[in-house]
Design a binder for this molecule. Structure first.
Ligand code: FES
Length: 145
């Protein structure tokens, strides 16, 4: 088992479960409850998976998952990556494979995941803040812009 310090070095995968992400009302037939469990099962230490109950903002891209770099990844230039439309097991497995390879800053973003990246709006809500698609791009985490 990794030490607390060791865990702090790993990527942080944040799974939004706010008003839209993770709801059968908006996305019926998706294994929402299974997604965080699948991430935790697949990721090797050190890693962190955090499920947040407050909306991250860009609901139009639900389900939203962000991947923040490890300490080494950030030192290598990695920045948090926002992923949208995380709605099936294959995307979860692609996230697991990328994070296990090092994640932001340490491993190239797979092409299939680049199709899911977007730049979040500066403001959490509002049509004027509609996010731009930025394949392969990354963006600061909420509050770090
Ligand atoms: S509920 Fe996830 S972005 Fe709004």
């Amino acid at each position: 088992m990794a030490s607390r310090a060791g865990r702090a070095l790993g990527c942080l995968v944040t799974v939004c479960r706010g008003c839209c992400c993770g709801t059968a009302r908006k996305h019926p037939g998706v294994g929402h409850q299974e997604q965080p469990r699948r991430l935790r099962r697949g990721l090797v230490q050190p890693f962190r998976v955090r499920v947040v109950r407050e909306c991250l903002g860009p609901c139009a891209y639900s389900n939203v998952v962000t991947v923040s770099p490890s300490r080494e990844g950030r030192a290598a230039g990695g920045r948090p990556v926002w992923l949208g439309f995380v709605l099936d097991e294959q995307i979860i497995d692609d996230i697991v494979a990328w994070v296990n390879a090092g994640g932001p800053g340490l491993a190239d973003l797979p092409a299939v995941l680049s199709l899911h990246t977007f730049t979040p709006p500066r403001r959490a809500h509002g049509a004027a803040a509609a996010p731009r698609i930025a394949p392969g791009g990354s963006a600061p985490a909420p509050g770090q812009a």
